[in-house]
Design a protein around this ligand. Sequence first.
Ligand code: COA
Length: 143
Amino acid sequence: MPLRIIDHGSREYDQMVALRMDVLRKPLGLSFSPEELEGERADILLGAFDEDHLLACCLLTRQDATTCRLRQMAVVNSLQGRGLGASLLYFAENVARDRGFRELVMHARMTAVGFYEKQGYRTSGQTFEEVTIPHLLMRKPLV
Ligand SMILES: CC(C)(COP(=O)(O)OP(=O)(O)OC[C@H]1O[C@@H](n2cnc3c(N)ncnc32)[C@H](O)[C@@H]1OP(=O)(O)O)[C@@H](O)C(=O)NCCC(=O)NCCS
């Protein structure tokens, strides 16, 4: 399963937005604004593929010189629970480490906290609401 960096504005990026709509936004009755997508030009966009077909994606946003934030992690609904998410997260950690970041943080949906805990992330602070549902801050040092 090839894992690779996606260029903003490419055909692969269109697939990425469609996957995130299906898995993350539509179930909440939400969408993406053009400004939100335009703001992703500065992010590192990552995908897991079966040939040209996108199976899973996430992105990394620089927070400061040492920390970056994992966002928009999504696996095709029918392919969840087969190890794709864990593989993509491992790839994202390696990419972040290669770029000099020393910590990964995220706003994890409560429903996904168990997944991130299995990959060594720890919760921090109280639950808060984002995109209408509860989240927790999670973090992991990239040593
Ligand atoms: C959460 C998500 C990214 C996980 O990816 P995945 O490919 O389904 O997960 P994996 O198959 O790689 O799972 C790895 C391990 O985590 C566990 N796991 C997966 N999803 C879990 C969840 N939601 N809660 C608790 N554990 C979970 C698996 O059972 C597996 O455990 P094991 O190592 O003991 O076998 C994916 O299910 C998804 O896209 N969910 C919907 C969108 C979402 O919630 N995204 C995260 C937003 S913060």
